[in-house]
Write a protein that binds this ligand. Sequence first.
Ligand SMILES: [Zn+2]
Length: 325
Amino acid sequence: MTENATPETGMVPASPQNLQASTPAPIMEMTVDDVVKQLAKIDDLVKRVMVDGVHYGTIPGTKKPTLLQPGAQTLNLAFRLLPRFETQVVELGNGPRDYRTTCTLWNPMGQFMGSGEGSCSTMEKKYRWRMAELTCPACGKTTVRKSRDGGWYCWAKLGGCAATWPDGAAEIEKQERGMVENPDIADVWNTCKKMSCKRALVAATINVLAVSDKFTQDMEDMDPAAVAGTAKTEVKAEPVKAGPVVDATAKAEPAQAVRPAQPVNGNGEPATDAQVGKIDRELARVGMEASDAIQGAGLSGEYAHTKKGASELIGWLLKQPGGAS
Ligand SMILES: [Zn+2]
């Protein structure tokens, strides 16, 4: 199945038919001066308009900043490039899906300028797994806690109903806890589809503007909040260089397939199965909900699912007394 996808780009997707000029302009080759001018314009945009943590993210230990969707939009606005998206859905059976998007960029004359590809799978760890929380069978809230004196109670302070259960109560202890396969995988279909569009847009922008020497697309889908505040290293220090000559005729070549974003370091690498198991056991030992532990450790939910975050969470859990209430 193929659908046209428009992520919240804030831009009107180009419709080449509508944009077709009555007299098609000849495809112009760029002069070397044009190339130098274009690259200088990009550098100027990076300096004066784009903000670290918003338009691009700098991951400590990596050389090039990661171009984020707002940054790609800014570049496309500056160069009047209009994106168009085509997304293919691949059903993997019983819920999981892959989304494969091709983003094409068009100039206002309706000329195809180049493309990029992006994909996203609901089998990616951050979509596949969910932190399952104990739910009160009486009131339906996730306020059930382990009591210090044994048994379980629904904590009224958190808005629960104060019901109690003895140790071994099946309706509590048989509930799935910790990281479980997302039971509502359909809920992430749309998120995942948008993500494949974002990745394709970033890939297309990097391809068409030939800025792969300035930006990478690794981790472009990283939560901007997680990127913000990271070390500002060598983002703006890069000298203007005339990169490969951007030849308008060359742009009509099919864009190289851009691999789906892979985390490049511990920041985004998903928690290992061993870590998930350890977290499960520690949560059971201290009688705590995953969400409370994450909060208690001062982590964000998303970060706690990464290798580094999980390791911090484990460290915090190990310091907690057993059966806390
Ligand atoms: Zn309750």
